[in-house]
Design a protein around this ligand. Structure first.
Ligand code: PEP
Length: 249
């Protein structure tokens, strides 16, 4: 049985007062017990988020990390630092990191390994562009991104990941993949993971991301291979994010 995970990705948005608003809101409600909830906040808010959400069931995460453990890398943040500041999960390979910051599969793998080394749960993001989908290359691209990481890990490491399928054309565009489109890619990812180990495939949580909102979450989350959501824009509004968390229960 896979526990659904709803993870909010604030990207470079939010404020300390929004962190406090989330803390107050989540302290006042009971989340479905069978759903894990996480908020991936910008680095400077990690400590405050840990405090504000500490009494709630919400876990705090980060949005990227350095591939190095320490040293002369001005501006970088290591996995150990993230853990010390309360992060338990970290996004790796988000399409914005791949497209805007030049993170290729090798860079993504190095960050997954750094996250594992620091005791963090890497949420590996994969997804195709519109051009790739239209060229009928969705599976080749997505499974290639999955294999670039999973091939290099051992069985114990693989089991510690979460995978988020995020079609690039659906991120921040208001254009959501249909439940059928999303399910088809999730099923392909699970079959790909089964080539490593059937137990790994059965236990791996596969999240969908891309314009998930309160009014489309339930239908997406009802698909057999969708085990949660990575939520960008809608995670910045308490009521919308709460509604998505409730619909996963
Ligand atoms: C994301 O940032 O991972 C994301 C899915 O964004 P949005 O929900 O805004 O499309």
């Amino acid at each position: 049985m896979r526990m659904p995970l709803i993870a909010g990705n604030w990207k470079m948005n939010g404020s300390l007062s929004l962190v406090e608003e989330f803390g107050r809101a989540f302290a006042g409600i009971s989340l479905p017990v069978n759903v894990e909830v996480a908020l991936m906040v910008p680095f400077p808010f990690l400590g405050a988020a840990g405090q504000a959400l500490g009494e709630t069931a919400v876990t705090v995460g980060a949005q990227t990390l350095s591939d190095r453990p320490s040293g002369a890398f001005t501006g970088e943040v290591s996995g150990a630092m993230l853990r010390e500041c309360g992060a338990r999960l970290v996004l790796v390979g988000h399409s914005e990191r791949r497209a805007l910051f030049g993170e290729d599969d090798a860079a993504v793998l190095a960050r997954v390994q750094a996250a594992l080394h620091a005791g963090l749960t890497p949420v590996l993001c994969v997804g195709e562009t519109l051009e790739e989908r239209e060229a009928e290359r969705t599976e080749a691209v997505v499974l290639g991104q999955v294999e670039a990481v999973f091939d290099a890990l051992d069985a114990a490491e693989r089991a510690r990941l979460v995978v988020a399928y995020e079609p690039v054309w659906a991120i921040g565009t208001g254009r959501t993949a249909s439940p059928e489109q999303a399910q088809a890619v999730h099923a392909a990812i699970r079959s790909c993971l089964a080539r490593y180990d059937a137990g790994l495939a059965g236990g791996m949580r596969l999240l969908y991301g891309g314009s998930m909102k309160a009014d489309n979450a339930a239908e997406l989350l009802a698909q057999p291979d969708i085990d949660g959501g990575l939520v960008g824009g809608a995670s910045l509004k308490v009521d919308d994010f709460l509604a998505i968390c409730q619909s996963a229960g």
